[in-house]
Design a protein around this ligand. Structure first.
Ligand code: JF5
Length: 253
């Protein structure tokens, strides 16, 4: 899979892409991450990539010529994606769709953003990693690279963990424990040490349901709320009364 990144801070993306899981995937030939600096395409003596906005107002806007020149000259892979708080929310479903393709290009904006003609004529999709404003799109690009890259076949050692993980089944993760069984007096739950694998699976499912109900009730609603078997497994571990208001089985509202 080829991922090209248009950025005036290529070293930010390159340092990220050189290490850890993504660095290994690049070394193994599974991922090819290439940066393109639009400043290299700027034609004026100052190598300007930004200019004042037409119509006035605060801040600067990234000029269209260096961005068009960069993308056309590098023959960047599609889809071309602009990272912006105005985009549609990037999520695991989008990561899966992108990982199923053979490449993508990420445009990192700086200043107030990029000239609208780049968005109209060059960009295929606009993605946001969340409802906050960054100083530039580079950190958002690293988020997309990691979420997509780890789904490319061969990048993760253990394919089972991809299938099992959070969001694949629309629930948040259950609690994880490792040795020691007692740490500073805090015990690992007995059920995890019982050797009863079916009961362990039910406990984990009950914990995932409870955490999701408390932290992300919207995810549980999307999944269709709690059904009869969900309530049964919560009851098995005495967790029904820990559900937040609105999920209680004795809810009279
Ligand atoms: C950016 C103008 C792009 O801030 C972001 C961002 C937030 N969520 N997803 C992306 O991107 C950088 C800032 C200002 C355009």
């Amino acid at each position: 899979m080829r991922i090209d990144v248009i950025t005036i801070f290529p070293e930010l993306i390159e340092s990220f892409a050189a290490v850890s899981l993504i660095g290994k995937a690049c070394d193994d030939g599974l991922l090819a991450i290439t940066t393109h600096d639009p400043r290299q395409e700027a034609t004026d003596v100052h190598r300007s990539v930004d200019d004042a906005p037409f119509g006035g107002g605060a801040g600067m806007v990234m000029k269209p010529e260096p961005l068009f020149a960069t993308i056309e000259q590098a023959d960047c892979p599609r889809p071309v994606i602009y990272l912006t708080p105005s985009g549609r929310r990037f999520d695991q479903a989008t990561a899966r769709e992108l990982a199923a393709g053979d490449g993508l290009t990420l445009i990192c904006g700086r200043f107030e953003g990029i000239d609208q003609r780049v968005r109209d004529e060059l960009v295929d999709d606009e993605l946001s990693i969340g409802d906050y404003v960054l100083a530039g799109g580079e950190v958002a690009a690293t988020v997309v690279i990691e979420a997509v890259g780890r789904l490319v076949p061969g990048v993760l050692g253990n394919a089972a963990s991809v299938e099992e993980e959070s969001f694949s089944h629309g629930l948040l993760e259950y609690p994880h424990y490792t040795r020691p069984a007692e740490f500073r007096g805090w015990q690992v739950p007995d059920v995890l040490r019982s050797g009863d694998h079916a009961r362990v699976d039910r406990w984990r499912h009950a914990q995932a349901l409870l955490t999701t109900a408390r932290v992300r009730p919207d995810l549980l609603a999307e999944r269709g709320g709690l059904d009869k078997s969900d309530r049964k497994v919560l009851a098995e571990f005495g967790l029904l009364d820990q559900l937040p208001p609105g999920f209680g089985s004795d809810d009279s509202s």
